[in-house]
Design a protein around this ligand. Structure first.
Ligand code: NDP
Length: 320
């Protein structure tokens, strides 16, 4: 069989680095993997996108590149999230089509689902109503990937599909104050709090009530699932890649585990003047489980410990 050249866009990000790690041990002999960052090509620019594809001639694409951010960044930049991601996605998908890429796996997110919905959410509900207003730009751009995949399938018979991860965390996350997601934001601020005061008098402020519920997937678990989707999942319909519903935790649970991993001696308090975002967005991984009933997710507390350890050891080079 001909060699597969797999181009991973967004290959330098949280998920891309995790796929790099898993590929080290799970690469097959007929596979060549290319991990591209924005330094290799700005994928919101069509000419740079075409040049990247001409350089590597991918047969398969895992499309991760996106403008990504946490609640507060989304709330203040909805238009930028919409336009940037529409451009990136259209350039990658259309260039894939024009250059004969056999399979594209793109990335949606559980946070793009309708705000008013029943739970658990599943793959059939993506387009059933407006997303939460806080991230409408990101959400509509992501939803359009699914529409576009169906278009390429209907008009040209392409196997371009998408996965829907829940919240991802792990080594190489984005720890920037202005754009990080909840777990890396908590990890960074906890680290800084302890640097200032390592005593039992220290107070750590969690933004919001701590009550919202979330499913978090460890980036290395998600990476293993991406490899499975690339190799085995042959439907255009999206598939949710999430931990089980029973693994949903509150922000307060997560903050307590992070405090424990840091051996924080002080007190946590909850700043309810800050926004909570959606109360919950519980997703069903029933479709994934129908294919992989025995897949073992890393326990959340262990994955948090590993991520905190990575952050402490790589503090100087982490994305801060
Ligand atoms: P990161 O922010 O960690 O990484 C983003 C990646 O995209 C980086 O490699 C970045 O390159 C690249 N990128 C951004 N803009 C451009 C551009 N204009 N041209 C080329 N490359 C670009 O993201 P994640 O790894 O967290 O996310 C990966 C995918 O997973 C995204 O599609 C995201 O929407 C999705 N997702 C993420 C979740 C999460 O909780 N993190 C949850 C659900 C879905 P560089 O390093 O050079 O900046």
């Amino acid at each position: 069989m001909a060699n597969k050249v797999i181009l991973v866009t967004g290959g330098s990000g949280l998920v891309g680095k995790a796929i790099q790690e898993i590929v080290k041990t799970e690469k097959k002999a007929d596979e060549t993997w290319i991990f591209a960052s924005s330094k290799d090509a700005d994928l919101s620019n069509l000419d740079e996108t075409k040049a990247l594809f001409e350089k590597h001639h991918p047969t398969h694409v895992i499309h991760l590149a996106a403008m990504v951010g946490g609640l507060f960044h989304n709330m203040s930049h909805n238009l930028d999230f919409l336009r940037k991601n529409i451009h990136i996605n259209d350039n990658v998908l259309q260039t894939s089509f024009e250059t004969g890429v056999v399979k594209v796996v793109s990335c949606l997110s559980t946070c793009i689902f309708p705000d008013k919905t029943s739970y658990p959410i599943d793959e059939t509900m993506i387009h059933n109503g407006p997303p939460h207003p806080s991230n409408f730009g990101y959400s509509y751009a992501k939803r359009l990937i699914d529409i576009q995949n169906k278009g390429y399938h209907e008009q040209h018979g392409c196997c371009y599909t998408s996965v829907v991860p829940c919240n991802v965390f792990g080594p190489h996350d984005n720890f920037k104050v202005e754009s990080s997601h909840v777990l890396p934001a908590l990890i960074r601020r906890m680290h800084e709090t302890i640097q200032k005061d390592d005593s039992s008098n220290a107070v750590f402020s969690v933004y919001g009530s701590g009550k919202p519920l979330r499913q978090f997937i460890y980036s290395l678990d998600l990476a293993k699932l991406f490899l499975w989707v690339l190799r085995e999942y042959n439907s255009v319909e999206p598939i949710i890649l999430s931990v089980d519903e029973a693994d949903e935790v509150s922000i307060s649970d997560a903050a307590n585990l992070i405090a424990k991993a840091f051996e924080f001696k002080g007190q946590l308090n909850y700043d309810t003047s800050k926004a909570d975002g959606q109360y919950k967005k519980t997703a069903s991984n029933g479709k994934l489980r129908s294919f992989l009933p025995d897949f073992k997710f890393t326990p959340f507390s262990l994955a948090i410990q590993d991520t905190v350890k990575w952050f402490k050891e790589n503090h100087n080079t982490a994305r801060l």
